[in-house]
Write a protein that binds this ligand. Sequence first.
Ligand SMILES: *Cc1c(COP(=O)(O)O)cnc(C)c1O
Length: 377
Amino acid sequence: MQVPFNRPYTPENAIAFIKNAIESGHLSGNGGYTKRCHTFIKNRYKLKECFLTSSCTDALEMSAMLLNIKPGDEVIMPSFTFVSTALAFHRQGATIRFVDSKKDYPGMDELLIEPLINKRTRAIVPVHYAGTACDMDIILALSGKYGLYVVEDAAHAIESCFNGKQLGTLGNLGCFSFHETKNIHCGEGGLLLVNDESLVERAEILWEKGTNRASYFRGDSSFYEWKDIGSSFLPSELNAAFLYAQLESLAKIQARRISIWNIYFNGLRSLAEDGHIIIPKIPDYATNNGNSFYFLCRDLKQREELLSYLHRFGIMAISHYLPLHKSQFYSGLHDGRKLPFSELYAETLVRLPLYYDLNETQVSGIIEKTIEFFKNK
Ligand SMILES: *Cc1c(COP(=O)(O)O)cnc(C)c1O
């Protein structure tokens, strides 16, 4: 068996759409396919405004710029997340206050946020880990009480909800990833949802290198010029064309990923019942979007043994994340609090291969080898 951790899916229409983009003579950003993607997403999630970006990292950086995050500000987020969540705010000069994970959820413990809030705090950045929602009622109540922005890192969270509401639409801003390892992808890509109407006009300027070019091309301005800070956050039409083919296949891709997730869940349930592993729990307020299937081993040693066992059979299961508060880059800047659950997930979490083209035989084989590892112990 040779099963990579991920294999990017290419929808049938992707090549035709890319060809069409080339023939249209417009390959830079904000062309026909970008507009099609925007319309699709706005209709689907009933949004005011959204912007395709070159990555979720870009969407997070655009958020930090839009909120005028500056030196002296503090931003609260989990330690157990990808680098970009923190990097975007660090670049603007903010101090990152990391929050520990929960005992039964790798995302941040909402009850640990309030003690970290002070007069320098500007924003809370929840990460909806594996597409499972954080408790947004708690986070939005804190945002209201202390006047803080909420930027959702919804990189994993397309088609997933908190109490029936699409993730990424609840905070002031929502950031999605279309990296090839995410549910919907275009190689590298991202999306910023601007839910806060007061931020929309400026978002468009930051998106277009600090100019009002988008407004000019719409015919709303007679020329365009340098207006503000910003960057080139737009993806090319080649990426947007591929992405549009993925969005067209959204229902199909989601059904397949959730089906694989359920096979893993049911297949590994007995191991969890026997106390060998811990499998994910989806709270009543959350949904599962088939972003990733993960479970926890007993300790680091067992996790490493399991990974090498699976790798020996060509099954490329992985672990992640290294806690950001202990990273080479940030450990010296961290305020010193211990975050034991973040470290525990880093040492014990296993992610199994999960992608559209993974077939049932492969999934059964992966389950079988995983069970075999624990039963032979
Ligand atoms: C993947 C990911 C990102 C970064 O996404 P890119 O599109 O690769 O920039 C940010 N946050 C989280 C939680 C992620 O998993």
